[in-house]
Design a protein. Structure first.
Length: 171
């Protein structure tokens, strides 16, 4: 699948079939995460792959009780590594590590779609609660919860703004 097809075809999936994800696909998801660009190539991000049912339920609770989270066979939690501050001061903490995680998650979601998997970026959650559930060290900040699995729905494409509304060209 070419990249443009994946970009335009990927959808936010909140209903998953009760099927496990093959190990080779899990490894491909990991590769997609770690091969994303990062500020200064510091790779200030960490990812938790959660398969445990009880932990997934707790994450769903901390995510405003969004039940679809625990129904996915895999839940990935993307965390910013705040030790980037040692290199990039405040801008590293408030921008660069967030960009690093964001690039990785987008890579992974496109790779997932290319392999027939679905995912959804979930940002509505209690950060302290998620950190507690995963027993995160203080230098990791959870930024995204991404359930992944085989889709059990096929949503229509959402309406997009025109390029004239989103892009300013300066020549």
């Amino acid at each position: 699948m070419d990249v443009q097809t994946a970009i335009k075809g990927r959808r936010s999936i909140r209903r998953f079939k009760p099927l496990s994800i093959e190990p080779e696909k899990i490894e491909a998801l990991k590769d997609a995460l770690i091969w994303a660009p990062s500020a200064g190539n510091l790779q200030s991000r960490r990812f938790y792959f959660v398969y445990n049912e009880e932990v997934k339920r707790k994450l769903a609770e901390e995510a405003l009780r969004q039940g679809f989270i625990h129904k996915a066979p895999l839940v990935i939690v993307g965390c910013a590594d705040l030790t980037i501050e040692d290199y990039y001061r405040e801008r590293g903490v408030y921008l660069y590590c967030i960009e690093d995680v964001s690039c990785s998650i987008q890579n992974m979601m496109l790779a997932a779609y290319g392999m027939g998997l679905g995912s959804v970026w979930t940002g509505a959650f209690d950060e302290e609660g998620v950190a507690r559930v995963l027993n995160l060290p203080g230098y990791l900040r959870p930024l995204a919860i991404v359930p992944v699995g085989y889709p059990d729905e096929n949503p229509a494409p959402p309406k997009r703004v025109s390029d004239k509304d989103a892009v300013v060209e300066i020549r």
